[in-house]
Design a protein around this ligand. Structure first.
Ligand SMILES: C[S@@+](CC[C@H](N)C(=O)[O-])C[C@H]1O[C@@H](n2cnc3c(N)ncnc32)[C@H](O)[C@@H]1O
Length: 208
């Protein structure tokens, strides 16, 4: 189910006593950040920084940072980011990812992770905005409960992302009905394109 909320909603959710985001996440056995991070670690290198998009309180970034990855995070909720401060991020940007400005950081990332954001709280095609900061051979690990496969395929194709893995699994327990909620977990990769012209310019004589 797709729902859009303003940053103020998340600011409050981050800190409501006895019912804050992380308490709710633990109670509902929110597994998506861990599962997405585990999937991502099969592809991400530790040399280049990772960007956690819609980082929230840092549940996914914390796992990557604990395994030796350099992680930056971006989220438009200051309240959520205040909770993420002690999770091992290198930098945290407070920005709306539908209109990002992290170009100020002059960083092009090789890898993105995003859990519970696209498809759920922002339309999947908004990923295009952040992909301006993804390298030409970059990798994206994305998960969400409301990620629609057709929209995902269309968006990934438009961004030059080839789907390497696409899994559906359980993400968390629905607080109202008590059922497990199905999540989609995807890895998409950009490949450097070698144009035919590049081959034709090669000197194909072999010195003897
Ligand atoms: C369900 S939480 C997921 C947080 C974290 N990724 C996790 O899995 O725990 C959704 C997050 O997306 C952020 N978010 C939603 N819309 C956003 C937007 N337009 N720009 C930046 N962050 C946004 C919210 O502030 C919130 O932290």
């Amino acid at each position: 189910m797709y729902e859009e909320y303003p940053a103020e909603y998340w600011d409050l959710y981050a800190v409501i006593p006895s019912e804050n985001y992380e308490i709710g996440a633990a109670r509902n056995k929110y597994a998506a950040p861990r599962k997405t991070a585990e999937m991502a670690m099969r592809y991400f290198d530790k040399i280049h920084p990772v960007l956690d998009i819609g980082a929230g309180t840092g549940l996914a970034g914390e796992i990557l940072a604990s395994k030796g990855y350099v992680v930056d995070g971006v989220d438009f909720s200051k309240g959520m980011l205040l909770q993420a401060r002690h999770k091992g991020y290198r930098r945290l940007f407070c920005e709306d990812i539908r209109n990002p400005n992290i170009s100020n950081a002059k960083t092009i990332y090789k890898s993105f992770i995003s859990t519970g954001v696209y498809g759920d709280y922002i339309k999947i095609n908004e990923l295009e905005k952040m992909c301006a900061f993804l390298d030409e051979d970059g990798i994206v690990a994305l998960s969400g409960r409301a990620v629609n496969l057709n929209s995902l395929i269309k968006t990934f194709k438009g961004l030059g992302l080839e789907i390497l893995e696409d899994e559906c699994d359980l993400g968390h327990i629905d607080a109202t009905f008590g059922d497990w909620v199905k999540y989609r977990y995807v890895i998409g990769a950009r490949r450097k394109r070698i144009l035919f012209e590049d081959y034709s310019n090669l000197n194909n004589t072999v010195p003897l």
